[in-house]
Design a protein around this ligand. Sequence first.
Ligand code: ZN
Length: 349
Amino acid sequence: MIPVFDGHNDFLQRLVEPDADPLNIWLNGDGSGHIDLPRLREGGMFGGFFALWAPSPADPDGPDWHARQETPPYAVPLDPIIDTNTATAHMLRLAARLVALEREGNLSICRSVDEILDAKQAGRIAAILHMEGAEGISDPDMLHLWYRMGLRSLGPVWSRENHYGYGVPFEFPADPDTGPGLTQRGKELVAECDRLRILVDLAHLNAKGIEDVARISDAPLVSTHSGSHVQSASTRNLTDAQLEMIAGTKGLVGLNFAAGFTREDGKRLPFDGFDPYLRHLDHLLEKLGENGVALGSDFDGALLAAELSDASKLPALIGAMQDHGYGQELVEKIAWRNWMDILRRTWER
Ligand code: ZN
């Protein structure tokens, strides 16, 4: 079985739902979602980025944004700024759950590529602590505290406004150039991440925000979970000009499996087979080269292909890549080796 390392999951969010039994969900599954230890092992997924993310307060009068995304065109307005203290408390709960999984013994929070490879060797799941939207960081000192707690990857914004910048709203079809990018504080945050060698994730940034990161950071540009805008005209995807900018830094894109961001028609509905993913991979390979493409599933955070009902089905996707004509070496690069390479070039530069 070809191992898989993955650029994004929202598994931790499931562990803080009311009445959740975190260790039981992790060790045995609860029949929902995409990820738990048995299904990771069955699918060959030995690790990935585990996201800390804070929800916006529910808007009881707002439209059902999932339903709206089933019938493009749609434009979901950007969520407003959320309270930093509330977000920080939530993210600390999520991080504490990840530490609980580590204490249980079958997962390691990894701070270097060597630690990831050690965990892989030992049969433990290798987790990168990632923050999706910097709402859990009130000031630069807090960034340093999170770093000490193991944070090695940070997206300055989710698709929302925060004190660091403006995320990209969910729209289809639409260009990702949707408004202002990073604020002054956001630019300083990126610079401090660069000094600490924390990976700065481009996913959920708008076009101006991506340009800001490219100007400030001297690391390779990385989007952990996005796709090709040519293949699916979602604001969450990267235009050819953006892909060329990423390629210019020998950067990387992890393909997001979300149906609504991979289908040509943009509908947030499951599909049969894996053709949309293969079209995105072909295009990303054309623009980024064989070292610049990886996977960024969005497990537990998105609606996926019907045949990718959870992480245990990853071998079917790997098989589809092989049937599509990708050789063994390329498949292994996409499945995990490119993540190891870019993490070394980011963390150890
Ligand atoms: Zn995301």
